[in-house]
Write a protein that binds this ligand. Structure first.
Ligand code: GDP
Ligand code: MG
Length: 190
């Protein structure tokens, strides 16, 4: 897997006019989006991870194997002050979604310890409304006991039976293969 950082975009208009398929990562600040990009790339420091949430509002773009772009969208839900600045999360998301003609799949990342929070539900609702293909990554399962993880998954799965929830952890590699498969299927689908 050869993954490279392409650029940071601060407005949807700065996004590259590339024809390559795009896979976007969406989720709250600190939920593990950048860590998952590194995990997928098999690299430690391709995407900058941070214990300090919400430092950047940029859209970061990575190219994987010269075949598709991985789009790291700004995290949501960290501070109210940030959210009220400019267009805010909802504006950013709808701008991006309407601009991204080649968007093939969204990985919506949630923290397995918290399940679906209010702003995750907002994001999920937007994806359903706009009929965008997505899976939900039920992340950081290493922080949960096996039974708590299974129970949390059952709960979200029962509420949304048609959505694919993939348990994942960067700590032990759980779920990585399944996420890669979902990406491959989406990149190949025309
Ligand atoms: N235990 C555990 N920690 C994780 C996992 N994924 C990310 N983290 C940690 O969560 C914090 C935020 O991760 P980051 O990838 O920067 O989140 P982002 O803001 O969504 O990009 C960092 O301290 C990561 O090391 C995981 O699967 N398990
Ligand atoms: Mg990040």
């Amino acid at each position: 897997m050869l993954a490279i950082f392409l650029k940071s975009a601060f407005r949807p208009a700065d996004l590259p006019k590339s024809n390559k398929p795009q896979i976007a990562m969406l989720g709250r600040s600190n939920v593990g989006k950048s860590s998952l990009i590194n995990h997928l790339a098999g690299a430690k420091n391709l995407a900058r991870t941070s214990a300090q949430p919400g430092l950047t509002q940029a859209i970061n773009l990575y190219e994987f194997d010269g075949r598709y772009l991985l789009v790291d969208l700004p995290g949501y839900g960290y501070s109210r002050a940030k959210r009220s600045k400019g267009k805010g999360f909802a504006g950013m998301l709808s701008d991006y979604l309407s601009e991204a003609k080649r968007l093939k799949l969204v990985l919506l990342i949630i923290d397995g310890r918290h399940g679906l929070m209010e702003n995750d539900r907002y994001a999920l609702d937007q994806l359903l409304r706009q009929e965008i293909r997505f899976v939900v990554v039920f992340n950081k399962v290493d922080k949960l006991s096996n039974s708590a993880a299974a129970q949390g998954l059952r709960q979200v799965q029962a509420e949304f039976p048609d959505i694919n929830f993939i348990p994942h952890s960067t700590a032990d590699g759980k779920g990585l293969g399944e996420i890669r498969d979902a990406i491959e299927r989406a990149v190949r689908a025309e």
